[in-house]
Design a protein around this ligand. Structure first.
Ligand SMILES: Nc1ncnc2c1ncn2[C@@H]1O[C@H](COP(=O)(O)OP(=O)(O)O)[C@@H](O)[C@H]1O
Ligand SMILES: [Mg+2]
Length: 408
């Protein structure tokens, strides 16, 4: 510890007399000391620097002014020793009080400074992390936008593919339907060829036959009576098979234009029958269609698209019923509009599911079986025709879809 400082107990700073007097009104202190001592006085620090002086001092008393222990200065005056000692005690009290005040205020200032520095540090750190977050947010926003785009594109593709998927399903059913008659027509033609050979063989024998009885005997031996009868049956069966193929192909034509605009005046009853014909292979054994088709005027529409709506409703009904189920198609004019009702006696739709069935990708079917787009596409098609689809369903009571189409 240097000799001119006061140890500041508990603090790491020591204060000199000069410093201690800095915040003291020295003139008033001097006045007070003069009044107390009744003589002039001189107050100096340990180095002899004069800090306070009043009047003349003729080398009377010189007493140390102490800090805690060591002298930090000297008081000189011409008063008595007792007076001077009393003045020193007072002076020390004042200085000590002042020292405490200075320490406290310094500590306070230091704390404030530290707080401020800490605050600045935190502020800088906050700014930095805010900038980082902003950058991150921007990056995230971009990523999200990209993802949304990808999802939208995928959804659009799926939406398109749902349109194609039901057509594809249809094609599979149709191939099966056509394959069957073609198969038996081919087999019939084979049999017919055999029959022709048997007839030809019999005819070759005619010129050499001695009499009519021999001809008849050869006829009976080759069982040509049966051959003729069966030949005729084969041809009947083949003709009806060919007619069935022709009908399916004709019905199918309606579906080949699904994605082409083209409005025409169409007979909705005919469209319903066509769809059921074409889809017969897919619903056979599961669902039997019943037709309650009223007298309805021709409807200006895209027949291929409406066919798709009907197909979607039909296939949903087939999925909903416990075989053998029934789906009833009912058409009528009601409230100036064309009303098509498709009612099935399936399991119905639970109330929790009902509000969601038109949502894109909503399906209760297992993965790979349902796309959840059938009703979305159907709803879009009907809306594009200025109409709407309603649904009424209760679990156990089956489901009725009602399609309203304005007659324009
Ligand atoms: N006739 C119906 N009976 C019961 N539920 C149905 C019927 N039609 C539609 N649904 C319900 O609506 C859902 C959505 O149908 P849809 O959009 O055609 O998609 P998907 O048939 O691919 O599931 C179905 O998964 C099913 O839960
Ligand atoms: Mg469906």
């Amino acid at each position: 510890m240097s000799p001119d400082t006061v140890p500041a107990a508990g603090f790491d700073r020591e204060l000199g007399l000069d410093e201690l007097l800095r915040s003291v009104d020295r003139a008033r202190l001097a006045d007070a000391l003069v009044a107390l001592l009744g003589t002039g006085l001189r107050l100096s620090d340990v180095r002899g620097r004069e800090l306070l002086a009043r009047g003349e001092v003729h080398g009377g008393v010189r007493l140390p002014v102490r800090g805690e222990m060591e002298p930090i200065g000297y008081l000189e005056c011409d008063a008595t020793e007792a007076q001077a000692a009393a003045a020193v005690v007072l002076l020390q009290w004042i200085l000590r009080a002042n020292a405490r005040y200075l320490m406290a205020s310094e500590l306070h200032l230091q704390a404030v400074h530290e707080d401020y520095a800490e605050l600045q540090r935190r502020h800088a750190a906050l700014q930095e992390s805010e900038a980082r977050y902003r950058e991150l947010a921007l990056h995230l926003e971009q990523r999200v936008a990209e993802q949304v785009q990808t999802i939208e594109a995928t959804q659009r593709r799926l939406y398109q593919s749902e349109k194609l998927a039901s057509v594809g399903q249809l094609a599979a059913g149709v191939a099966h339907e056509i394959n069957n008659p073609i198969g038996f027509i081919a087999s019939n033609l084979n049999t017919a060829q055999g029959y022709l050979q048997r007839l030809g063989h019999w005819a070759e024998q005619l010129p050499a036959a001695p009499d009519l009885a021999a001809v008849q005997q050869a006829w009976a031996a080759a069982d040509l009576g049966f051959v003729l009868q069966d030949f005729s049956d084969l041809i009947d069966e083949s003709r009806s098979g060919a007619a069935r193929v022709a009908r399916i192909v004709a019905d199918l034509k309606g579906f080949s234009r699904v994605d082409q605009g083209g409005e025409e005046a169409a007979d909705i009853n005919a469209i319903i029958r066509q769809v059921c014909n074409v889809a017969e292979g897919q619903i056979r054994g599961r669902l039997a269609p019943v037709f309650v088709l009223g007298e309805v005027p021709p409807l200006r529409c895209n027949a291929a698209q409406l066919g798709q709506v009907i197909l979607n409703l039909l296939l949903n009904a087939a999925d909903a019923v416990t075989p053998p189920g029934v789906v009833t198609f009912e058409t009528a004019v009601a409230q100036g509009q064309l009303r098509l009702r498709v009612h099935d006696n399936g399991g119905g739709i639970p109330p929790t599911v009902l509000p969601r069935i038109f949502d894109p990708f909503f399906t209760t079917k297992e993965v790979g079986r349902g796309t959840g787009l059938g009703l979305t596409v159907s709803n879009d098609i009907v809306r594009a025709h200025g109409g709407r689809i309603e649904v009424d369903s209760r679990p156990g009571a089956g489901t009725t879809f009602t399609v309203w189409l304005p007659l324009r």
